[in-house]
Design a protein around this ligand. Structure first.
Ligand code: ADP
Ligand code: MG
Length: 323
């Protein structure tokens, strides 16, 4: 560990509040955590690489927020309560201003969801951020991908396509409205919704690669097929203003980076799910149903079957020569 590295870590450590469940945090060879009784741990990790998962020009505070957000979104999709995280940073240079801004964004979201940063690793290299997030869930209550059943409704939280729209505009060199950019740079992990859903939903996934690709994972793992009503896909006003229907459907079904939850639940749960949204958690929209079979079909308002230009989502900068 170089002195600069030590300074950087100390810089981070000084900013962290003490917590009862962190017996030993940053500074030793490993953290020691006090586990809640009779809970299962949910553990997830995600990496963001500059130029692959976010544009090089992204503000450091937004990178910090997003690095944690994508992990909390995974915990939300399991119905787990976030508790702790680690942060592995690869930095091209030791820049305290950059790090401060990065940690601002990271801790802003960490505090919102009571997630303690308990350790990590700091190395020199191309800008890359790996976060491991750990949460807990009541035994048997986790929202898995393999619990969906034919006859279930398919639901999503929030709105779809905003982040992909921002990216598309930005890549075309066009100014993206703030409302769309904010959804790309600062996704909202649906932690509270996930926690409540774990008593209601049969299956759940977070939307990182696009609705068709991610719902496809539920279908495969649960051996069911899905039918989606395109008119029911929730769209923000800004998305409607800027894109025609066909482009909008592409962005909403095939774009990535939404970090909304897609879940399935029996029809008897409709009232309980609508009540969820009224109680202040994220809005929810019923977008289709599960049937016996395999695959996903999407229908327009006339009942016509619609075929997307592409069903999945590649990492958006995969072809960027700068990477
Ligand atoms: P070691 O060489 O034993 O792995 P390090 O020098 O890498 O120890 O790290 C020293 C301490 O600082 C450890 O507790 C580690 O978890 C923590 N740490 C290192 N980098 C980070 C980081 N980016 N964020 C949070 N904690 C970090
Ligand atoms: Mg280390």
């Amino acid at each position: 560990m170089s002195l600069a590295e030590f300074d950087l870590i100390e810089h981070i450590r000084r900013r962290l509040p003490a917590r009862d469940d962190v017996v030993l945090g940053i500074g030793d060879d490993a953290a020691l955590l006090r586990l809640p009784e009779s809970r299962q741990l949910a553990v997830t990790a995600d990496t963001l690489n500059a130029g692959v998962h976010f544009p090089h020009a992204t503000a450091p505070a937004d990178i910090g927020w997003k690095a944690l957000a994508v992990n909390l979104s995974d915990l939300a999709a399991m119905g787990a309560q976030p508790a702790w995280c680690t942060l592995a940073l690869s930095l091209p240079k030791a820049d305290p201003d950059w790090l401060d801004a990065f940690i601002d964004g990271f801790l802003e979201l960490a505090l919102l969801h009571r997630t303690a940063l308990v350790g990590g690793d700091t190395t020199r290299g191309p800008l890359s951020i790996s976060v491991t997030a750990v949460g807990w869930v009541e035994p048997g209550k986790a929202l898995r991908r393999d619990g969906a059943q034919p006859g279930d409704d398919v639901w999503v939280t929030g709105t779809l396509g905003d982040a992909a729209a921002a990216l598309r505009l930005w890549q075309a060199g066009l100014p993206a409205p703030d409302a769309l950019m904010a959804r790309l740079d600062r996704p909202t992990p649906r932690v509270e919704t996930g926690r409540t859903l774990n008593a209601i939903a049969h299956a759940c996934i977070d939307l990182s690669d696009g609705l068709l690709a991610d719902l496809g994972h539920i279908c495969t793992r649960s051996s069911v097929a899905a039918e989606i009503e395109l008119d029911a896909l929730p769209a923000s006003d800004t998305l409607r203003e800027h894109f025609d229907q066909s482009t909008r459907w592409q962005l909403q079904t095939g774009g990535g980076d939404d970090y909304e939850l897609c879940f399935t639940a029996p029809a008897q749960a409709r009232d309980a799910i609508a009540a969820l949204a009224r109680e202040g958690a994220a809005s929810v929209s019923r977008i289709g149903r599960l049937v016996a079979g395999a695959g996903i079909r999407a229908f327009d308002a006339n009942g016509g079957c619609w075929h997307p230009e592409r069903a999945g989502y590649e990492h958006f900068f995969r072809t960027d020569p700068a990477v």
